[in-house]
Design a protein around this ligand. Sequence first.
Ligand code: C2E
Ligand code: MG
Ligand code: MG
Ligand code: MG
Length: 275
Amino acid sequence: VVKEARRNNYKLFDNSIAEDFKKMLLMESDLRRAVKENQFELHYQPQKNIKTGKLVGMEALLRWNHPEKGYIPPTEFIPLAEKSGLIIEIGDWVIRKACEQNKKWQDEGFEPITVSVNLSAKQLHQKDFVDKIKRILEETGLESKYLELEITESMAMSNEEYILRTLRELRKIGVNVSIDDFGTGYSSLKYLSLFPVTKLKIDKMFMDDTLNHNKQIVKSIINMSHSLKMRVIAEGVETEEQMKFLENEKCDEIQGYYFSKPLPPAELKDFLPVV
Ligand code: C2E
Ligand code: MG
Ligand code: MG
Ligand code: MG
């Protein structure tokens, strides 16, 4: 009986792995088609300066508008895009689209703001990445200071000379670099102080104010950012109480549902500051 049960368990186990694998292959072919047929969209989430109340930037967030399944969130397909290598092509599209859109709004007469774009490690590892960025800026006509690239803490702390060099080159041409989801990884403070970044983005998990120690962590990150001459933005701000706390602690910017969720371009336009 034990043997039998074990055999069945193994079988179950095998089946579910096979199922998962089949699903993954299906999704990968869907994703390839999505790239070819351009089923992607960018939504933009406003970022506000707390002190002035003005919109200063927006984060471009990728959406896959699947012909049968509707919108698929990035958390469900970015990992696969990374594994399959499709992230390069998708990522190129994201950067170009975000720059194009930002420039378009500037040309329409809105006050210039920054657009930030999320990067995957694979993108940053491309040998020609900086040249690619230069080319996109040139072809879209967007000034480098209106582009920000978001990297994760683990990418920043990877300790690879190559990453450091790439980021320094990006800073040299005037592109902003921020560390996303800050506080969730393992940062070496010494390394951080040498790091060519302009902004830290406090991860939204620290906005959970039911945990008292989160307030202490947020305060520490804000103070540390400022001593390192970096700006700091809080992500995932959902309530007035959180906003007030951040204002009090001199956080520079906020991003979150309290102000606005990510919006399609036509709706974001209503938030844009007029010169
Ligand atoms: P992220 O870069 O940390 O983006 C912030 C995420 O938090 C977004 O989820 C956003 O919709 C969500 N969010 C914003 N405000 C709030 C809030 O007040 N409360 C809560 N609970 N959530 C909020 P989204 O759009 O589903 O994106 C998830 C992640 O997918 C992003 O996290 C980013 O890591 C990744 N991602 C998105 N677009 C791209 C892309 O173009 N390239 C790459 N490589 N990754 C991307
Ligand atoms: Mg981000
Ligand atoms: Mg984040
Ligand atoms: Mg993230």
